[in-house]
Design a protein around this ligand. Structure first.
Ligand code: ATP
Length: 270
């Protein structure tokens, strides 16, 4: 029923400035930006440009954002799909979607392909397979491996994939020449949360100068997505009260609300 499984956008709007914190991860993907921009610099010395990297970390920590920023910084098209889109797909459809996606990216290269939730297609093969219902998932995974192996050294398409469960992935995905680099994207520490607040407060009309340090202290364990949520929620709370600007108290109320939501989510899991 999904008309379009992947989006291709020349996303020149997302840049590293939009990604707060994550210094280590940014440093690693900066190298990928340079591979895309100046491939000859590497290949002329006989080097092989990596085909893929795995972004590993908890939900909402900025993996998708970082992948978009790589495309934005390198000024190349961004093709994306999500592993979960493949879960209930008819036989043959998943594999042919993967084939199409790689063909389009190669036609527009240099390019980034981003596969979110790769664990949905990339779980170790041969497990959970008692019913045979995973055959299509396996076909999709095999097609993905085939496509990555089929890249010539001059293709200049780099595949970034995100997961929060690197441990369940089929080892074949991590073999040399596939996703042989892993980049960790962790939950933000207090200093990083402060930086993330700074980014997401930009569009918010605040009544007073907010103490970012204080907000960062109130939000241990929050992901970047949670913090973006707090800022938005604070604006909505203030607006509902007919306020002309958002106050510190609105932020505190928003934090409470998000904590409430997180607790509910955890209760469902356990
Ligand atoms: P998931 O695993 O759930 O797909 P993700 O790691 O891909 O999550 P994103 O989708 O990139 O997370 O993050 C969601 C939103 O949260 C981003 O669009 C952004 O608004 C905000 N966000 C997350 N991390 C950061 C960050 N480090 N700096 C700024 N904003 C962030």
């Amino acid at each position: 029923s999904k008309a379009k499984l992947f989006d291709e956008k020349t996303d020149t709007r997302t840049s590293f400035k939009d990604v707060a914190g994550l210094e280590g991860a940014k440093e690693e993907v900066e190298e990928i930006v340079d591979f895309l921009r100046n491939p000859d610099k590497y290949t002329s010395l006989g080097g092989k440009i990596p085909k893929g990297a795995l972004l590993v970390g908890p939900p909402g920590t900025g993996k998708t954002l970082l992948a978009k920023a790589v495309a934005g910084e390198a000024k190349v098209p961004f093709f994306s799909l999500s592993g979960s889109d493949f879960v209930e797909m008819f036989v043959g459809v998943g594999a042919s979607r993967v084939r199409d996606l790689f063909k389009q990216a190669k036609d527009k290269s240099p390019a980034i392909i981003f596969i979110d939730e790769i664990d949905a297609i990339g779980r170790a093969r041969g497990k959970n397979n008692m019913t045979g219902s995973n055959d299509e998932r396996e076909n999709t995974l095999n097609q993905l491996l085939t496509e990555m192996d089929g890249f010539g050294t001059n293709t200049n398409v780099i595949v970034l994939a995100a997961t929060n469960r690197a441990d369940v992935l089929d080892k074949a995905l991590m073999r040399a020449g596939r996703f042989d680099r892993q980049i960790y994207v962790d939950l933000p520490d207090i200093r990083e949360r402060k930086e993330i607040f700074e980014v997401h407060l930009k569009p918010i009309k605040t009544a007073e100068a907010l103490d970012l340090e204080f907000l960062a202290k109130q939000t241990p364990g929050f992901s970047g997505a949670d913090i973006a949520n707090v800022c938005n929620e604070a604006a909505l709370i203030a607006a509902r009260k007919e306020k002309k600007a958002v106050t510190k108290q609105d932020f505190l109320d928003a934090v409470d609300r998000i904590i409430g939501g997180l607790e509910k989510k955890n209760k469902i899991i356990t």
